[in-house]
Write a protein that binds this ligand. Sequence first.
Ligand SMILES: *[C@@H]1O[C@H](CO)[C@@H](O)[C@H](O)[C@H]1NC(C)=O
Length: 205
Amino acid sequence: MFTKNILLAIVAATLAMAASPVGSGSWTSVSPSFSVQQCAGGTVSGSTFKLPKSPNGSTSGSGCSNGHLRAERRYNNDYSSGIHQFGGEFKITSLTGDRIALKQTFNGDAGPYFIMGIKSTGDIYNIEGGATIASGVAKVGSTVQINTVHDANKKTYTVYVNGKKSYTDSSAPGGSFYDKFGAYTSDSGSGAITVTWSDVSFWTQ
Ligand SMILES: *[C@@H]1O[C@H](CO)[C@@H](O)[C@H](O)[C@H]1NC(C)=O
C-alpha cells in the first residue's frame, strides 16, 4: 500500500509537470525569477491572484502609480532579441468583474504591447486594439491553456488557446520586453476576480 501510494504520487507529480512548448524549432526551458506586484487591494497568494471589486485608493507599491487593481508576477526575463515562449493554464474560480488582463508582454521601452484580457462573457481578447482571440472559453471553472510565442528577431507574436493558433501579429514593435501574468484591470475594466495560474513554463530559442 505504502509503495503504491508513492508510485501514485510520482505519477501525479509527472503529470503536473507535463507542460510542453508549441510551435517549431528546438526549445530550451528557462526559469526566470519574478517579483510580485500587489496594488490598490489586489493580492497574490502563491499562484492565485485576487482583485476586489474596486481600488482602495492607494497608489503606493511597485507598479501601482496608476491606481489600477493589480495582482501580478513580473518576470525578470527582459529581452530584445531571440524567440520566447510562455506556457501556462489559468482557471477563473470567481468573477463578478469584466475586462481584466490575465497575461501581458510588456514593452519596457514603449509601455504595454500585448495584453490578453477576459470579458464577463468568457471571451479572451486583446486589450490593445480590442480584437477577439477566442470566444466564450474563459468561463468560471474552466481550465484554459495559453501559449504565447514572440519572435523578437522577426517581430512576430502568436497566441495559442488550448493548443490552437488563435491570434497572430506579424508586425510587432521592437523594444525590450518581459512577461507578466496574474490579474490587472484594464482602463474600462473592474473587479472582482479570483484566478489561479498553473503549470507555467518559459522557453527560448
Ligand atoms: C490597498 O491595497 C494594497 C495591496 O494591494 C495595500 O498594500 C495597501 O496598504 C492598501 N491600502 C489601503 C488604504 O487599504
